[in-house]
Design a protein around this ligand. Structure first.
Ligand SMILES: Cc1cc2nc3c(=O)[nH]c(=O)nc-3n(C[C@H](O)[C@H](O)[C@H](O)COP(=O)(O)OP(=O)(O)OC[C@H]3O[C@@H](n4cnc5c(N)ncnc54)[C@H](O)[C@@H]3O)c2cc1C
Length: 511
């Protein structure tokens, strides 16, 4: 196993591991490890525990809440050398399971699934029939599988297929004690039975069965705790605070035929009306929104993109990227008339829609969708050169359906009153839009933080969530506190203390 020691060496030779996409930075590790096996991870954890060193777990660092940012003097563990696919198998429901090391990127999984020659992989014959698909698509394909399970990442298609949790079948987890536990979805926990985990070393663990109130929206804030759950669900979305994933089994599904389109609208309300129609259609997989500022950003920075973007239709003030799962029973053709009618009701049409009906067009639309968060992050990095404290202030809130339109209005009013601008895009299907404020100065940063406080108060009062997909990390702890209150945090800390009494794993995340 490769291990780099000494703060100075790490700072000068591996400066990129000191921050994530939030561009926030905290401290320098005392040692940086690149494990190559589960045993390597166990030995790092045991050494850290003996020497009383905190551990920071590093994925691809595409996260935007500082979850993987090392704290001062820690042992940092990077998974870049654990990026293999280990085997293909089936579970008790006959689902096809791909077991991978945690450092594999989503890109590498997608490339693997697009190939037909799987060389010597154990169980490869199970992939012979048809082509296979891993639905979670959190836009950034360089993210590692471990990072996406730790944050329970979701993306455009989570509207239809749900977040990473729904597609995680098994986990091998190295606990803070250095022992390893294998979890699969076959261990079903019911309300009356105590949860029981048995480590590879034979230790029996019975964590307390606790629950907290769940918001009325897609949620990635804090631990998943309910009276009826699988123990595996406790670890998914726990942001590396309960254990380190050393192997992950993901559930594949037969590759559907996906068609897409980008429809343009003259106002945000007309786009929202079209989204209301899309939500009623069971074949729709994604409903993604882009506001005027997002379209403007693409127009202005188009030259930075590898794929050229054509001109937008006249009067385009907002857009919706949608995906449709075509089947023999319900081909898109059978829906065209209904869609045109609904596009017209929203002052749009197929003439004002870029189609993604073949692979090349789909790739262009995906490049468009990916470009917006990436261009925003580039702008933040550029402003940071003038003012080191600058960071993006971005909401990740989801709200109950019936409150969506009025909360959208309240958000835009608060941001305008603070003399700020937001670039708005995101997962409209799940009532989960990202309002991105890019401060240019320390003064604007403070106004943005004040505005953010007000926005989160509204979300919490409406029983929404302060994080629907990015997690809490080190940057949103205050809001986790406000969302669950001291009782909810106490419950989560009881779970944390059960698995990691010395707070060795990812201290600074969540609490
Ligand atoms: C352009 C762009 C678009 C994005 N769009 C989306 C989106 O649509 N949806 C979405 O959900 N996210 C999105 N993200 C955020 C990010 O991609 C996700 O949060 C992703 O899940 C992070 O994965 P990572 O490997 O980069 O993890 P990191 O950022 O390195 O880490 C994230 C957390 O996971 C923990 N972790 C990493 N590996 C392990 C492991 N093996 N065991 C235990 N804990 C571990 C870390 O300690 C940290 O707490 C976007 C990011 C960018 C830059």
């Amino acid at each position: 196993m490769k291990a780099i020691t000494g703060k100075h060496t790490i700072q000068s030779e591996y400066p990129e591991i000191l921050y994530d996409e939030s561009r926030y930075q905290l401290g320098v590790p005392e040692a940086l490890f690149f494990p190559e096996s589960e045993e390597d991870i166990q030995s790092i954890v045991r050494e850290a525990t003996t020497k009383n060193k905190p551990i920071t777990i590093i994925g691809a660092q595409t996260g935007i809440t500082g979850g993987s940012i090392p704290i001062e003097g820690c042992y940092a563990i990077s998974f870049s050398l654990m990026d293999s696919i280990l085997r293909v198998s089936t579970n008790k429901n006959n689902d096809i399971i791909l077991t991978c090391q945690p450092g594999i990127t989503l890109e590498k999984i997608a490339t693997f699934l697009s190939r037909s020659d799987h060389q010597t992989l154990p169980g490869k014959e199970l992939l012979k029939e048809g082509s296979w698909f891993y639905p979670p698509d959190p836009t950034e394909l360089t993210a590692q599988l471990g990072g996406t399970v730790a944050t329970n990442a979701s993306g455009a298609r989570s509207f239809k297929y749900g977040a990473t949790r729904n597609h995680t079948d098994s986990l091998s987890v190295v606990l803070a004690s250095g022992e390893r536990v294998s979890l699969t979805r076959t261990i079903r926990q019911t309300s009356k039975r105590a949860m029981e985990l048995i480590t590879e070393e034979g230790t029996v663990l019975s964590p307390p069965v606790l629950s907290i109130p769940i918001p009325q929206a897609k949620n990635a804030a804090g631990y998943h705790l309910s009276n009826e759950m699988d123990p595996i669900d406790l670890f998914i979305g726990s942001e590396g605070t309960l254990g380190i994933f050393s192997e992950i089994g993901i559930k594949l599904m037969p590759h559907p035929t996906i068609l897409g389109g980008l429809s343009f609208f003259p106002t945000h309300t007309s786009a929202f009306t079209f989204a209301d129609f899309l939500r009623t259609n069971a074949s729709v997989a994604a409903i993604e929104y882009f506001d005027t500022s997002a379209l403007h950003l693409i127009k202005e920075s188009g030259s930075l993109l590898s794929t050229p973007i054509p001109s937008f239709p006249e009067n385009a003030k907002s857009a919706i990227y949608w995906e449709y799962i075509e089947t023999e029973e319900i081909p898109f053709e059978s829906q065209e008339e209904l869609w045109e009618e609904n596009l017209n009701k929203s002052n749009s049409s197929f003439d004002k829609t870029w189609s993604g009906f073949d692979r090349r067009e789909m790739l262009k639309l995906k490049a468009f969708r990916h470009a917006i968060p990436e261009l925003i992050n580039l702008q933040v990095a550029s402003h940071k050169k003038n003012c080191a404290t600058i960071r993006k202030i971005s909401t990740d809130a989801a709200v109950p359906a019936h409150r969506f339109r009025d909360i959208f209005q309240q958000f835009t009013t608060i941001i305008a009153k603070a003399n700020l601008e937001a670039i708005i895009f995101g997962h409209l299907g799940d009532y989960h839009l990202h309002f991105n404020i890019i401060p240019k100065s320390e003064l604007e940063l403070q106004s943005a933080l004040n505005a953010y406080d007000q926005l989160m108060e509204i979300v919490i009062a409406a029983n929404g969530t302060v994080s629907a997909e990015h997690g809490i990390g080190k940057l949103k702890k205050e809001y986790l506190n406000k969302m669950y209150g001291s009782e909810g945090i106490k419950v989560m800390k009881t779970i944390k203390s059960f698995f990691d009494p010395s707070y060795t794993l990812n201290p600074g995340n969540l609490f």
